[in-house]
Unconditional design. Structure first.
Length: 337
């Protein structure tokens, strides 16, 4: 019987918004950085300081800068007005078309945004931004076949863009093509070997491919960059798959020093003790879990039976019965032998 809780890495593209204007919207002015948008958490983003403009900004660029500023302030309606007005006079201005698409996207007007991203492709088929943002939209719609088409078009134009490669890896992982996903995440690693998000995805691929030594090594690499209870917990699970109970327990104990109220983590520690016939330690950890689940009650009952505390085992049975009759019946059978 498998006791391990299922840990799902928070990797969804919800954390990313299609703001490729960081890469595209230079407006011929050093006010706008050419660096690509990085969807990692703020502490992982390296920001290049922006230079002051050497010369006065032309009138049309001042207008666009105002729209950009409003966008940054999340005043999307006013930003939309500025970009729309500008496009009425300059209908083939690529970067403003892109910015208007982003502004509509932020207002959850997805189909309208999609139309502007498609127009970006028509205006500048050699630029990746329209393909990329359309890929994101279809990824959010869970239309993976269409998403991968647009991301691969973006990859063709910018083969070394880590965000494009990352989302291609994400799609192939979702479709269970783990070797291809691993290839894409590995290419991201070459570009940015300190991306915590990407390293977790590499570890996910190794786990899916049953390469547990490599999975554990990847978590150790993550922990060299940043101590994280989640990484220690996942490391413990990898050691469990390898049958290394000593390192598994050590990883869980370290994780608990960082997040002592994590019941899933504490349960897995209790089970590691149980697997090693350390019933007292296992029971001590199970008793620390607030709002015990049916699994907690089940294993507490088993341990009480093993140590001969039949009264306590019956108490766990009574609590377990309304939650899981099958497990409760199993305990009942053991108690009435």
């Amino acid at each position: 019987m498998s006791y391990l809780y299922s840990l799902v890495l928070h990797k969804r593209h919800i954390f990313f918004i299609p703001l490729f204007f960081f890469a595209a919207c230079t407006f011929n002015s050093p006010l706008f950085s050419q660096e690509p948008f990085n969807p990692l958490s703020p502490e992982n983003i390296t920001v290049t300081p922006l230079d002051e403009p050497a010369q006065p900004i032309p009138d049309n660029e001042a207008i666009l800068h105002e729209g950009y500023t409003l966008f940054k302030q999340e005043n999307y309606a006013e930003a939309e007005n500025i970009f729309s007005s500008f496009l009425a006079e300059h209908p083939e201005h690529y970067r403003t078309t892109l910015m208007l698409g982003n502004t509509l996207y932020k207002q959850n007007r997805i189909e309208e945004a999609l139309a502007y991203y498609q127009k970006c492709i028509l205006l500048e088929p050699g630029e990746p931004h329209g393909y990329y943002n359309i890929g994101l939209i279809y990824l959010e719609k869970d239309d993976l076949q269409t998403a991968v088409h647009f991301f691969r078009e973006a990859e063709r134009i910018q083969p070394n863009n880590e965000n494009i490669l990352y989302f291609l890896g994400d799609i192939f992982y979702k479709t269970a093509d783990y070797p291809t996903a691993l290839d894409y995440f590995s290419r991201v690693y070459v570009l940015n070997n300190h991306s915590i998000r990407n390293l977790f995805r590499i570890a996910d691929c190794f786990q899916a491919l049953s390469k547990y030594e490599e999975e554990a090594a990847t978590y150790l690499a993550i922990l060299k960059i940043r101590r994280s209870a989640y990484a220690y917990h996942k490391l413990g699970l990898a050691y469990h798959s390898l049958g290394n109970s000593t390192e598994e327990i050590n990883a869980y104990l370290t994780a608990l020093t960082l997040t002592p109220n994590d019941n899933e983590l504490r349960f897995n520690l209790a089970m590691a003790y149980y697997d090693n016939h350390l019933n007292e330690k296992s029971l001590a950890e199970l008793n620390k879990i607030t709002q015990p689940t049916e699994d907690v009650l089940y294993y507490k009952a088993l341990i009480y039976i093993e140590v001969g505390d039949i009264y306590s085992a019956w108490r766990q049975h009574a609590l377990l019965e309304p939650l899981n009759r099958e497990k409760a019946d199993e305990i009942y059978t053991l108690l009435t032998k």
